[in-house]
Design a protein around this ligand. Structure first.
Ligand code: GMT
Length: 375
């Protein structure tokens, strides 16, 4: 089967999931065609069965704004026609599902059938899709897709509350490559020293530093942990709009020497494997893929009790959850894990087990395969 995979190529969860899915499918014998305006960040090497098709956006003096939605539809039509796509899988509703719909109907006129599956990831439903200008389009694209999936039950419920009474929306949770995200694979001692110096406890956070991630909360948590006499440091991986504010906060709290800004790194498994606790204090999160990757590396997670996070992190077993913004409680949970080695080990083992048993490629990718077969 030939599968077209449309996603954002940038540093973000939906693109990561699409890329990991495409790579897993290719390994299982499917032919996968990625379609985007740049090579997805995790598609970092040649792989048999995978092709990348770049969407080029034409410019003309008359057009002040780029026509990405149309350029993408045009590229989908081209790839579907010449590579004989059976299924198009679009990740993130805006504008991918609209481009997919357009392409499908253009092809239909030429007698070429193309089935479109849409996976909703988060802010396409909870934030961007709610813009009054986008809402009718997102609603339409959900209803017009041949299949729709959501990455958590929470997101499916929000989708039906906010957009549609469509019944057959499947929940297919995100997954993690538990072979790559496995701390026993890496000899992390030297890396940990490079990242964290002589710190006894390494807190870590990975995100795109958008306001919804509440990155500055991680710095306040570090401050609260350190006031208890714990020699902790914080490693921040990623970049985005709130980085400058986070750096400023470190300076004002005199924490610069204990906070390491790593910037954007695509291969996070080895870095995560050096951490003791992963922090995800988001305001909202439909799933929390970074938390799952941490769990797979045996890193307990302290996170917000919002959205789909409780479907990923089991409170009191693989980590702890608190209300968003409750820095004091999150810090208390970190201190508990940092000062009780037996408990930390128990949580770490449970975290790894939870990831392997519930969210591995073997558990989740067949659900997508069944969906494609059905389409
Ligand atoms: O940040 C987003 O909302 C977009 C998306 C992305 O591309 O980064 O993230 C969402 O999708 C991820 C993958 O399914 C989920 O793990 C994130 O929880 C979700 N982000 C939010 O809901 C804020």
């Amino acid at each position: 089967m030939n599968i077209g995979m449309v996603c954002y190529p940038t540093y973000g969860g939906s693109g990561v999931v699409a890329t990991e899915l495409g790579m897993a499918l290719a390994q299982r014998g499917w032919r996968v065609h990625f379609i985007s305006y740049a090579v997805p960040s995790r598609l970092d090497r040649f792989q048999a069965n995978i092709r990348f098709h770049e969407v080029e956006i034409p410019s003309y003096p008359l057009m002040e704004h780029q026509l990405y939605t149309l350029a993408l539809a045009g590229k989908i039509i081209d790839v579907a026609r010449y590579e004989q796509l059976d299924v198009l899988h679009v990740h993130y509703a805006i504008p991918h599902a609209i481009s997919g719909f357009l392409a499908k109907h253009v092809l239909e006129r030429d007698g070429i059938p193309l089935r479109v599956a849409t996976t909703l990831h988060g802010t396409d439903i909870t934030l961007v899709g709610l813009d009054p200008g986008f809402h009718p389009l997102v609603k339409f694209s959900i209803e017009a897709s041949d299949a729709v999936t959501c990455v958590s039950s929470y997101l499916r419920d929000r989708t039906t509350q906010l957009f549609t009474d469509r019944q057959n929306i499947a929940v297919i949770p995100n997954f993690v490559n538990t072979t790559v995200y496995d701390r026993t694979r890496y000899d992390t001692a030297a890396l940990r020293t490079q990242l964290a110096g002589d710190a006894d406890v390494v807190l870590m956070h990975v995100s795109n530093f958008r306001p919804v991630k509440r990155v500055t909360d991680t710095i306040h948590i570090l401050a609260a942990v350190r006031t208890q006499g714990i020699n902790a440091c914080l490693v921040l991986i990623g970049d985005g709009p709130d980085r400058a504010e986070a750096e400023k906060l470190c300076r004002s709290l005199s924490l610069c020497e204990h906070v390491r800004f790593v910037g954007k790194v695509m291969a996070t498994a080895e870095l995560l494997s050096t951490a003791d606790i992963f922090l995800l204090p988001s305001q909202n999160e439909s799933f929390g893929l970074a938390a799952l990757e941490a769990l797979s590396c045996g890193v307990p997670v302290v996170a917000s009790n919002v959205g789909g996070i409780p479907e990923v992190v089991a409170h009191g077993q693989t980590g702890y959850l608190a209300e968003p913004g409750d820095i004091e409680r999150m810090a208390r949970y970190c201190i508990e894990l940092a000062t009780n080695g037996t408990k930390w080990q128990r949580f770490s083992n449970a975290a790894r087990r939870h990831a392997v048993e519930r969210f591995s490629i073997d558990c989740i990718v067949p659900l997508y395969e069944q969906l494609y077969q059905r389409l």
